[in-house]
Design a protein around this ligand. Structure first.
Ligand code: LLP
Length: 422
């Protein structure tokens, strides 16, 4: 089957992007099955270069927040584009090094970790950012005289849902800046050098006001610590999940200009050179991913139409966890007469009522066998997939810059489910 052997039942974005390259959603699912994560190398590289060109400041770098997508093939492309990475766990450090990142390209932003995890990072030569004075003390005991970074809580948060606001009064993250004197005391106690300060206010903002305010705060906090070599302002850069409704993109040019002015003002004022990092996860990878699934059943319950698919919340949890919205396209093998759109609730195959991908979504009538394409699924999609209900986690495919399809992760098999039982 080739590119022409499918039709769009509902079209939003992928055609104009030539997302599927030389192949098509139908040939992909025929070859690899469903559910299937599909990534566009071209779009990924475009997003990376938008980010690396964000500000014109010599000591600026982009630290990709790998928790959004840790497939080593994706990591490799990101590395080739000149980004460094953060890590949240020894597992992320391990995969990042497998993808070719050097220890000095990795910042381990840990949260409530054990001595063993800290030792893993120190042993690998990776800089650690600790998230509390208690962890700083623990780190100092096992790496006296070492370099360290500290995550601070700038008191300002932002995000698309309360569960992803990671600064301000209602979160476990960061050191309260009111403890600056205690921070100095713990550093001195263990002869530690404070190499950097980092923060992350939360995930998904579309304006940037809070980000700028927090960045200014962090820079003024850094004035108390003249040894600090870098500040990392965190991620959170939003993407337009409502493409169908014409949602505008984050104005990166304006954002970059504001950030640059904020940093340059501080450099002029203090006479200090400082390295500046940002840490976007979602912006880097969300839009390069589309999740394909298949409609297996249709029904009407109490007047509501349901399309039953194989995209359960074990495959994509964002709607169940954060009420998140993803646009959905639909494809079929042959043309059919145009029919008016009607609300349909798209659900998965998991044994829970909350297993809903989209509620009362306006789509042309679907039929069994139709393929759905869930847009913007490249971030926090596959990495949050699970084996709940003993379902098999999906495969992942890359559409290369030449438009070819390459398998970059195989689908789980039944034997994987039994592998850990002694
Ligand atoms: N830096 C740190 C320390 C973080 O914890 C995070 C995300 C980021 C950077 C990147 O944030 P981003 O640029 O991707 O917004 N699972 C949720 C998002 C959780 C984000 C957790 N931390 C979702 O699907 O919306």
């Amino acid at each position: 089957m080739n590119k022409t052997d499918f039709v769009y039942i509902h079209e939003i974005w992928t055609r104009e992007q030539n997302f599927f390259g030389k192949t098509s959603p139908l040939s992909l699912v025929e070859k690899y099955g469903t559910p299937l994560y599909v990534y566009s190398e071209r779009i990924l590289r475009e997003r990376c270069s938008e980010l690396t060109g964000l500000v014109d400041y010599p000591d600026f770098s982009v630290n990709y927040s790998a928790k959004a997508n840790t497939n080593p093939f994706i990591l490799k492309i990101i590395r080739e584009e000149g980004l460094s990475v953060d890590a949240m766990s020894p597992g992320e450090i391990y995969l990042e090094m497998k993808a070719g990142f050097r220890p000095e390209d990795i910042l381990f932003i840990c949260n409530n970790v054990s001595d063993e995890e800290l030792r893993y990072a120190v042993g690998a030569g990776v800089l650690v950012s600790v998230d509390s004075l208690s962890q700083l003390d623990r780190y100092g005991r096992l790496n006296r005289g070492g370099r360290v970074a500290v995550r601070i809580n700038p008191g300002i948060g932002a995000g698309h849902h309360e569960k992803v606001v990671t600064a301000g009064a209602n979160t476990k993250f960061g050191v309260d800046p009111a403890f600056a004197a205690e921070l100095r005391a713990v550093l001195d106690r263990h002869d530690l050098r404070l190499a950097g300060l980092n923060q992350h206010i939360g995930s998904l903002f579309m304006s940037g006001d809070e980000y700028m305010e927090a960045a200014s705060f962090m820079l003024s906090f850094a004035e108390q610590f003249p040894e600090v070599e870098f500040v990392d302002f965190g991620g959170g850069f939003g993407i337009p999940y409502h493409k169908e409704n014409g949602e505008q993109r984050l104005d990166l040019a304006l954002f970059g200009k504001r950030l640059q002015e904020t940093v340059e003002r501080w450099v002029d004022k203090t006479g200090r050179r400082i390295r500046v990092k940002i840490e976007p996860g979602r912006y880097t990878v969300a839009e390069c991913g589309v999740l394909l699934g298949r409609v297996h059943a249709l029904k009407v319950n109490a007047g509501r139409t349901y399309a039953g698919t194989d995209i359960g919340f074990n495959v994509l949890i964002r709607r169940a966890m954060y009420d998140a919205h993803h646009d959905i396209e639909a494809y079929a093998g042959e043309a059919r007469p145009a029919e008016p759109k009607a609300p349909v609730t798209v659900v998965g195959n998991i044994c829970e009522t909350g297993d809903i991908l989209a509620k009362d979504r306006l789509l042309p009538p679907l039929r069994e066998g139709d393929i759905l394409g869930v847009l913007d699924a490249g971030a926090y999609g596959m990495v949050m997939a699970s084996n709940y209900n003993c379902r098999l986690r999906p495969a992942e495919v890359l559409i290369t810059a030449d438009g070819d399809d390459v398998l970059i992760r195989s689908r789980d098999v039944l034997e994987d489910l039994a592998r850990h039982f002694p």
